[in-house]
Design a protein around this ligand. Structure first.
Ligand SMILES: [Zn+2]
Ligand SMILES: [Zn+2]
Length: 131
């Protein structure tokens, strides 16, 4: 018996395979991907933005964005297909946040760790002195 799962795209129940989407959504996805890819592959369209591609192909921006985020369309080859950083809205071509946000996040994380460590240290000291 195949395991049942909800398709991540349409929510329909389907027999789970290695794909997170049902057969219909998968086929539709492939079809849209073909259209988008055919369009941007042309030299004249290499610099097209997601909005322009969407207008020309009638594939929703959301879908194109997903192709880029999934890495099916390599934004590094199509610099027009940048999408906004989750944090600051800066156009990025990879991952979810831009480089500068990534760096400041790392810093925040470190500072947070230091604060927690100091806090724990203090608590330990207080605990011991109270005893
Ligand atoms: Zn589906
Ligand atoms: Zn950013």
């Amino acid at each position: 018996m195949a395991e049942l799962a909800n398709c991540v795209q349409c929510g329909r129940l389907f027999a789970k395979s290695y794909r997170p989407t049902c057969e219909q959504c998968y086929k539709e996805d492939e079809r849209l991907f073909e259209i988008v890819y055919k369009f941007i592959r042309k030299k004249a369209n290499r610099q097209a933005s997601i909005m322009e591609v969407s207008k020309a192909t009638e594939v929703p921006e959301k879908t194109i964005l997903r192709f880029v985020k999934e890495g099916r369309i390599r934004a590094s080859q199509f610099p027009g297909l940048s999408y906004p950083c989750d944090r600051c809205g800066e156009g990025i071509l990879e991952g979810r946040i831009c480089n500068s946000c990534n760096q400041s996040l790392q810093k925040d994380l470190r500072t947070h760790d230091e604060v927690t460590q100091k806090q724990q240290m203090k608590e330990r000291i207080t605990y011991h002195t109270e005893k």
